[in-house]
Write a protein that binds this ligand. Structure first.
Ligand code: MTE
Length: 345
């Protein structure tokens, strides 16, 4: 029998594509999809929430998340969690309120607790377009909604480890980056993928506040890393649309790397044959390198990486040992054969 990887979530706990499509069909049948897109008003929202209540009983959580009307309507297009893997003592899920209020999104603020409030004032453009450029058969502009019709939507519960030594466990919704790479059709010469965050200087006050930063926020992966089955493009958390502070409407999640690799609000993807220059490598390569694999044996120059503080909302949160590759060594170690992991940065 094929053994299950450590990150595996039972099929029964994912939103099957058929359920997602059925719900969408039902909404369309009742005239809500289309009307809500055109009007983006209270009626569309109310109607969608009411329909959701009758199909999944989850309208309360939708209402809570519906800080903006368009977000509430769009939530229907994203994978919805029915139930999380709460029984697993190894990885109890972090409370949603912590994950959505303790954020790093430097374009808004360096203060974690300030990010959510500031980011909520930013309305991501809709439709959300993603430019695809570089070593591809054909440069193109993709629409997120179209991408989502072409990929397999699923939910993944992953550990998340920030380089600053705090961590959490998050139920992400979205799809494998591998599927998107396929849609982009990179040329054989492509070896790396570069990601760029949407930049809106008026809505993101810290861009001007930190003019010495090489904005826009840019990150990258090798093509092999990008095509690994764990590498995920998130559009949702806790069964709801990603809120702005967590990288709406589309962010990267690479669970075996430090959190700064998980770039938010991606609007450009470029395929290259050389390692892309990322924001952090430009600023401080000795502290935040390109590889950035979680490694308890390689300390940050200013603090240990042996342990991490798991967010739990208490004054004295628990410290737990950090695991090699954040606990995903079985799945990803083969990507780094021959690489000196002591020179992780
Ligand atoms: N993406 C952008 N565009 N800007 C950022 O400042 N911070 C990174 C990463 N992605 C960041 C970003 C860092 S340092 C971390 S730890 C994670 O986002 C935090 O994600 P979270 O706020 O959803 O927990």
């Amino acid at each position: 029998m094929k053994s299950r990887p450590s990150w595996w979530i039972p099929e029964s706990e994912m939103t099957p594509e058929s359920t997602y499509l059925k719900r969408r069909e039902l909404l369309r049948g009742l005239g809500f999809i289309g009307a809500s897109q055109l009007l983006s008003g209270a009626i569309g929202d109310w109607a969608a929430d009411a329909t959701e209540a009758s199909t999944s009983g989850a309208s309360a959580s939708v209402r809570e998340s519906g800080s903006s009307r368009s977000q509430s309507v769009e939530a229907r297009r994203y994978p919805r969690a029915k139930k999380y893997d709460l029984q697993d003592p190894e990885r109890p899920i972090t409370e949603e309120r912590l994950v959505t209020s303790h954020n790093n999104f430097y374009e808004f603020s360096l203060q974690k607790s300030e990010v959510a409030g500031l980011a909520k004032k930013w309305t991501p453009p809709s439709p959300w377009k993603i430019q695809v450029a570089g070593l591809v058969d054909q440069p193109m502009e993709l629409d997120l909604e179209d991408i989502m019709k072409r990929v397999k939507l699923e939910e993944r519960v992953y550990r998340f480890r920030c380089v600053e030594a705090w961590s959490m466990v998050v139920p992400w919704g979205g799809f494998q980056l591998r599927d998107l790479v396929q849609i982009c059709r990179p040329k054989p010469a492509a070896k790396f993928v570069k990601f760029v965050t949407y930049q809106d200087e008026r809505a993101m006050p810290n861009i001007k506040g930190m003019p010495h930063y090489p904005w826009p926020y840019t990150e990258g992966l090798s093509l092999a890393e990008a095509q690994h089955e764990l590498t995920f493009m998130a559009t949702a958390i806790y069964g709801k649309n990603l809120p702005q502070q967590n990288g709406a409407p589309l962010r990267l999640v690479v669970p075996w790397k430090y959190g700064f690799k998980s770039i938010k609000s991606i609007h450009r993807i470029e395929f290259t044959d050389t390692q892309p220059k990322t924001l952090w490598v430009s600023l401080a390569p000795q502290e935040y390198g390109f590889l950035a694999n979680v490694n308890p044996e390689v300390d940050h120059p200013r603090w240990t990486q042996k342990r991490e503080t798991r967010l739990d909302g208490s004054f004295f949160p628990k410290k737990i040992p950090t695991l090699m590759f954040n606990g995903y060594a079985n799945e990803v170690a083969t990507l780094y054969k021959g690489v000196d992991l002591k020179k992780n940065y």
